[in-house]
Write a protein that binds this ligand. Structure first.
Ligand SMILES: C[S@@+](CC[C@H](N)C(=O)[O-])C[C@H]1O[C@@H](n2cnc3c(N)ncnc32)[C@H](O)[C@@H]1O
Length: 220
């Protein structure tokens, strides 16, 4: 059970069943993976990924971009989390050299892992407890690390799509860029870049104070 928000645990989050049901056909019915990878290639310079970095991908789904991330940061490692077993099974089946783990970002119970980049690609609106998710993502960052939240549409477009889909994701809104300083600030981060236009949403954030958190010293 999380302690920051609505108190709903993954076991009762209806989105697990929703995404489990979507998993078998996600690559056909969700955003076109070919277009996604082409756009990521165009935007690569903005993501700041460098060989040797360790990356955590939160809400990896079927792993559409995980292999692309692996290629960018090798010999660094990519760890990919999702709370839908069916999505993760599809992701693992790709045979990509990444560590796929079943985790709920709203109630992670693992040690802080200290990644160079925590990337949340097209998943943030679905996190039922934004404050808890933000704190957990921040907790996984190295003192010099960067949080990247990205969609290939603007916040209005993303929220409108979820509204049209309805059901358990109908109310899953992507907060507009103006809301993010407060959102990340509650986790001790500051926004370093914010874009929210029709075809791109990009928030980058870093620790306000880059010295290691007290009591959270990592083993790196
Ligand atoms: C819209 S899909 C996007 C998947 C992938 N990033 C992509 O672009 O294809 C959102 C993903 O977030 C996952 N998700 C939603 N809430 C989550 C949570 N609390 N913890 C971990 N994963 C979550 C879902 O299971 C789903 O796979």
């Amino acid at each position: 059970m999380n302690h920051d928000g609505n108190g709903i645990a993954a076991a009762t989050d209806p989105r697990v069943a929703f995404f489990d049901q979507q998993a078998p056909r996600w690559d056909q019915t969700g955003p076109d993976p070919v277009v996604t990878l082409r756009r990521l290639g165009e935007l690569e310079g903005r993501l700041g990924l460098v060989a040797g970095m360790d990356v955590l991908e939160v809400g990896c789904g079927t792993g559409q971009i995980t292999g692309w991330l692996v290629e960018r940061v090798r010999p660094g490692r990519v760890v990919a989390w999702d709370f839908s077993p069916a999505m993760l099974a599809k992701a693992r089946a790709r045979g990509v050299d990444a560590d796929f783990e079943l985790r709920d970002i709203c109630e992670v119970r693992v040690e802080a892992r200290r990644f160079d980049v925590v990337l949340c690609f097209q998943a943030f609106p679905h996190f039922r407890d934004r404050v808890a998710a933000m704190r957990q993502m921040a907790r996984q960052l190295k003192p010099s690390g960067e949080l990247v939240v990205m969609h290939l549409l603007g916040s209005r477009q993303v929220s409108a799509i979820h509204h049209r889909v309805g059901g358990s994701v109908g109310g899953d809104q992507l907060p507009p860029a103006t809301a993010w300083p407060e959102l990340v600030g509650r986790a001790g981060l500051r926004v370093t870049e914010a874009v929210d236009c029709e075809d791109l949403f990009l928030i980058k954030a870093r620790w306000v104070d880059e010295s290691p958190r007290r009591g959270e010293r990592a083993s790196y």
